[in-house]
Ligand binder design. Structure first.
Ligand code: AMP
Length: 458
């Protein structure tokens, strides 16, 4: 089935053909017709499924179908998205599709100055893409005119909830003079999302396709035990040197760790950069651009910053720190293996990660199979590793699951983050690795004691 069967505006179809968008993805095929009929929609779709076009195309079609019947100059379509990068990506997608159409669109995001946004909102606008926090600022300043809003899109609604945007989103909805057509896109249909949907959507058209992405059949997953920070760094260096590793996103748990690790990797000669929420918008944009242009080989990122990043050639994702939330594991590894390409996801797992490892395995429904790299084996045996019960959970990690955890290793190593040296058994052989992958390991070695952590570095 081609895009022409979706009865979209001819100028959009022309741009789609020029952009080599020939066939709608499943999420597009299953949502666009209902959206074009004016229905509310609730779609469970991950980044990488083509969800952006699933809402941008019908939104643009609606705008191109005729002038607004309402007075005012404000946006006719309002798209709320959790992060600045996602807002930028939606803008880029919109630009691509409006090559042959006259549509005015703009972005309102945090981390940049207000002046240009005031000017943007003072002029007639068809489509506004915004992060909720900054849009609320404009709302409070009475700088945004909602009178013409006929379609509202909530992109990555689950992440907006996670980031505490529920109140701002509800405030924005309450400020709309009439109920618009509402499209809710979310990576999961959690009970919280269902609750929000029940409140704001009217008889939505439901589409649930997430399973196909969550299985990640196109992504090979490797898991390695690491003894301590030094060992982790040695394994990482080895991985990054492999010829098949062309572009990598490395996830750390904290912004500080992202900066430090990027700096260390730079010093080791890898073209590396950090991406996290403390960076100015311009710096984030430059880093992402460098990644897109292949000037950066390694991006060291935190979860929030990397959410929704769409770079086609990421060959490897490395979990330098395991994610705080089990669902973020799925989001993270989905940064590779995009658009039909295959990818590899590597997790470096140290003893204090055991509780979160268990949560992830529970969510995935199967245990991780560990491998080893020749010359860089962990001194822990698999059985011993799994028997370890940390005497102290890392700070921020509640003893029972379900909530967001603080997490991550202290990258700098040293007394605070280094949990080595507490076991008896083989001497570590870190840094002398030869092979890569290695297959399932044979296990042995000394019996480890529970790792002890007193760090507050997470
Ligand atoms: P998204 O899930 O919106 O982040 O999209 C993931 C990637 O798929 C983006 O690079 C899109 O440009 C691309 N894409 C989306 N829809 C199609 C399509 N129908 N045909 C080819 N590529 C697509």
């Amino acid at each position: 089935m081609g895009f022409s069967t979706l009865h979209l505006n001819a100028n959009l179809l022309k741009a789609l053909a020029e952009g080599n968008f020939t066939t709608p993805t499943p999420i597009q095929a299953q949502t666009i017709p209902a959206i074009l009929q004016g229905k509310d929609a609730m779609a469970c779709a991950q980044t990488g499924s083509g969800k952006t076009a699933a809402f941008v195309l019908p939104a643009l079609h609606k705008i191109l179908s005729g002038p607004s019947q309402k007075r005012g100059h404000g946006p006719r379509v309002l798209i709320l998205t959790p992060t600045r990068e996602l807002a930028q990506q939606i803008t880029d997608t919109t630009r691509l599709f409006t090559k042959h159409a006259r549509i005015s669109s703009g972005v309102v995001i945090g981390g940049v100055s207000y002046g240009p946004q005031f000017r943007l909102l003072a002029n007639p606008l068809d489509m506004l893409i915004a992060t909720p926090g900054r849009l609320i600022d404009h709302l409070q300043e009475r700088k945004v005119d909602f009178n013409r809003v006929e379609m509202l899109v909530l992109d990555e609604a689950d992440r907006m909830l996670d980031m505490g945007f529920l109140k701002p989103v509800e405030k924005i909805i309450a400020a709309l003079p009439a109920k618009p057509q509402i499209l809710l896109f979310s990576a999961t249909f959690s009970p919280e999302i269902e609750k929000v949907a029940a409140r704001i959507l009217q008889q939505p058209h439901r589409v649930q396709l997430a399973q196909t992405r969550q299985n990640h059949a196109d992504i090979t997953q490797h898991h390695y035990h690491v003894d301590n920070t030094e060992h982790k760094q040695a394994v990482l260096n080895h991985i990054l040197k492999q010829p098949e590793v062309t572009q990598t996103i490395i996830f750390t748990a904290t912004k500080r760790n992202a900066d430090r690790l990027a700096e260390t990797l730079e010093k080791k000669g890898f073209a590396a950069g950090a991406l996290h929420g403390d960076m100015k918008q311009n710096a984030r944009k430059r880093t992402l651009q460098a990644l897109h242009n292949n000037q950066l080989k390694v991006l060291v990122a935190t979860d929030v910053a990397a959410r929704g990043i769409d770079v086609k050639n990421i060959s490897h994702v490395v979990n330098y720190d395991l994610p705080n939330l089990p669902e973020d594991y799925t989001h993270r590894i989905g940064r590779t293996g995009r658009a039909g390409a295959s990818g590899v996801a590597i997790s470096l797992i140290s003893p204090p990660d055991l509780p979160v490892l268990r949560d992830i395995e529970k969510r995935l429904g199967k245990p991780f199979v560990f491998q080893s790299i020749k010359g860089l084996e962990s001194t822990f045996s698999e059985a011993d590793f799994r028997k370890i019960i940390p005497t102290e959970l890392p700070p921020g990690r509640p003893k029972q699951g379900g909530q967001r955890r603080g997490g991550g290793s202290n990258y700098s190593g040293g007394p605070r983050g280094n949990f080595s040296g507490q076991r008896s058994g083989r001497a570590p052989n870190h840094g002398k690795g030869a092979g890569f992958g290695g297959g399932n390991r044979s296990f042995g070695g000394g019996r480890p004691q529970a790792p002890r952590r007193s760090s507050t570095s997470r």
